[in-house]
Design a protein around this ligand. Sequence first.
Ligand SMILES: [Zn+2]
Length: 139
Amino acid sequence: MSNEDTRPSAIRWYYEGLSAGAFRAMRCSACGRLTFPPTGCCEHCGSWSVEGAEISGEGTLLFATHNIAPACHPRFEAIAPYVYGHIRLKEGNIVQAIVLGVEAVPDQLHALFKRGPVPVKAETLTMQDLPVLAFRLAG
Ligand SMILES: [Zn+2]
């Protein structure tokens, strides 16, 4: 008898979804809350009783800034400098991601600051071999 965990990888499942334009999370059977991006257990209560769920991809941009150091991986050099931010998903979770639709220049960042919380919509940014979560300004 093997103790090997035969459950599918939540990370692989997340990236396969992202490649197809789907935004996948885990819903906890114990507390009902979502973990996004998905992991093997609930980020809220620690339960391992989670199952796949899709999120809307709709959210609100709460914070935005840009990198001043080299990008965290060479694959991101193609879009550097880029804006990234904190997004509150419609489902309540807060995630960090690249923000599209605004350039990392003072005038555009200042205009964004003056607008306040801005609606955003998730999309998949393909960086070389890796699908990357990004959110584009909406409305
Ligand atoms: Zn939970």
